[in-house]
Ligand binder design. Structure first.
Ligand code: NAD
Length: 528
């Protein structure tokens, strides 16, 4: 993978709009070798306000054009992404250090999301017409309508810079909102490229834009938009929620995880070891839902550790090109290597066995070896804090009950895996886990199922994406109450109050709410 020549792209150029002057810039590095690949302009709070005002002005027309037309526009973006998948994966590799297989995953995922929301949004957001439980209101037609928050802000992290910027933007756009993305300052280029393509290649309406920067830019975006979708660490999530409280802006927060895998004694040990290796070390372990800790029932513990160690030792790590010659890439964010190293050293000092890996790699770029830590326990950081790197902690447990207890012994609750040949037994175990999703005899799959809600319990999030609520969360509901019958001059509840009207209403109220005919008719006492 050749680093791209360094060049400066202004925020205004990147978005194809505006003329606000630059005050600050930041460099984007290639994590595989540390070289600077681009210098990007920081969006000041004034610039953020300007961008939000511009897309806000375009939003009513976007909303008015309806679902079909919006899908047509987003379908053009999908087609452009399909035609340019290789170039997008090249760009992705250069700013993240991903191997080709990980980089090639993202654009198809977003194309699938466009089709999912394109086909389902109209149904999910169709008017609902409940009927009142109260017979007095049978004369009214009740309707619930869904209208978008006009501008949705998306703040995204660096580990899946395309998926996590647009997996939420697409349903917001399909709902009729305009979207402004603030990508991670570590990996802004792919989101900038999608915004450029939307404007210059697709010629789409002015309802998608990107603003770049760090906490100040993110904070300014929170101040300006009508809904904030945040994906990142729980530490930043708390700051985002507090900032949003100032303007009473609703939020959806997708935060960190410490996902467990439980390997039950009847599991296919080869499958469990392969699943742990892929679920834990895919994308160099930088997945919110990565398996970070494994609890294995005692009878198969040694066999599992041996097989997992062998599998991980065989993984190829290095700078990849387009030929899929590597399995594990660089770490994207340099400080994350220090966290990984700290967790491994802490486990080593506390008596765990490092069965493979356990070292930084020398040379340029951010590299840490794929690592397995056996005989880990909850006194070690690697089993309780988010590692977010190519490291798997493994712990022996006596039985499924202990595995459940240990799996739940965390402030996180994103997802989990239960490996077993007995699906029913594994599902019973899964129901006892405090997580937003559980994969039985599998890893990570729930994220690819747009049909299911994806979100975390406890410190892993507030709200969830995907599924019906995944689009409804971007909307405000409007309840419309209309008459079914011709209307008179006055309703009995209205002024002036009259004794006769009130007595009739009280009798009707009693008839409806009391139980037993005598009580309903007022000739006995009401009791339940
Ligand atoms: P982070 O919290 O450091 O940053 C996320 C984003 O927030 C970045 O764009 C950053 O610039 C911005 N930001 C930072 N401070 C801000 C502030 N004060 N106000 C507004 N915005 C601010 O997270 P990261 O290091 O980029 O990503 C890794 C974390 O993301 C991990 O904890 C991982 O588990 C989590 N994550 C969660 C999911 C999920 O779906 N639950 C998915 C991927 C990653």
């Amino acid at each position: 993978m050749e680093p791209t020549a360094a060049k400066t792209k202004t925020d205004a150029e990147a978005s194809g709009n505006g003329t606000a002057p630059a005050t600050e810039t930041f460099d984007v590095h290639n994590p595989a070798d540390g070289s600077v690949i681009e210098t990007v302009e920081v969006a000041s709070p004034e610039r953020v306000a300007e961008v939000v005002a511009r897309v806000r002005a375009a939003q009513p027309e976007w909303e008015a054009m309806g679902f079909k037309e919006r899908y047509r526009w987003l379908g053009r973006l999908r087609d452009w992404m399909i035609d340019n998948a290789d170039a997008l994966a090249d760009l992705m590799q250069s700013e993240t250090g991903k191997v080709r297989a990980d980089a090639e995953l993202e654009a198809p995922f977003i194309c699938d999301a466009i089709n999912f929301w394109g086909q389902r949004a109209a149904g999910f957001l169709a008017d609902e017409t409940p009927s009142s439980h109260n017979p007095m209101f049978k004369v009214k037609r009740l309707r619930i309508t869904y209208r978008p928050n006009p501008v949705v802000g998306v703040i995204s992290p660096w580990n899946f810079p395309l998926i996590l910027a647009f997996d939420d933007a697409i349903p917001a756009l399909m709902a009729g909102a305009a979207v402004v993305v603030k990508p991670s300052e570590v990996t802004p280029l792919i989101a900038m490229e999608i915004a450029r393509a939307w404007k210059e290649e697709v010629g789409g309406p002015d309802v998608i834009d990107v603003v770049n920067g760090t906490a100040d830019t993110g904070g300014a975006l929170i101040d300006e938009v009508d809904f904030i979708q945040f994906t990142g660490s729980d530490r930043t999530g708390r700051v985002v929620m507090k900032r949003a409280a100032d303007t009473l802006t609703p939020v959806s927060l997708e935060l960190g995880g410490k996902d467990p895998m439980i390997v039950l004694r009847d599991a296919n040990v080869d499958r469990a070891a392969n699943a742990a290796a892929f679920g834990g070390l895919g994308n160099t372990g930088q997945i919110c839902m990565a398996i970070e800790r494994v609890y294995v029932e005692e009878p198969i513990y040694d066999e599992f550790v041996d097989k997992l160690t062998k599998r991980v030792r065989e993984l190829r790590q290095g700078v990849d090109d387009r030929s899929f010659k590597q399995d594990v890439g660089a770490m994207t964010f340099p400080p994350q290597v220090d966290i990984v190293s700290d967790h491994v050293e802490d486990a080593r000092e506390k008596g765990a066995r490092i069965t493979t890996g356990g070292q930084r790699k020398d040379g340029p770029g951010n590299w840490y070896e794929p690592t397995v830590i056996a005989d880990a326990d909850h006194s070690m950081k690697v089993m309780v804090d988010e590692t977010f790197g190519p490291v798997l902690g493994v712990m022996k447990v006596a039985d499924a009950d202990e595995a459940i207890r240990m799996a739940n012994d965390t402030r996180y609750g994103l997802s989990a895996s239960v490996m077993s040949r007995d699906t029913k037994h594994a599902e019973r175990v899964a129901r006892k886990l405090e997580v937003g999703a559980a994969n039985i005899d599998d890893v990570l799959t729930n994220y690819f199922l747009q049909d299911l809600p994806m979100g975390g319990w406890k410190s892993s999030g507030v709200g969830f994406r995907h599924g019906e609520y995944g689009i409804k969360r971007f909307c405000r509901t409007e309840a419309i109450v209309s008459p079914r019958l011709p209307q008179g001059k006055r309703d009995p509840m209205w002024f002036p109050h009259r004794a006769r009207d009130r007595r009739i209403m009280a009798a009707v109220f009693r008839f409806i709410n009391a139980r037993g005919l005598r009580n309903r008719l007022g000739i006995g006492k009401s009791r339940s």
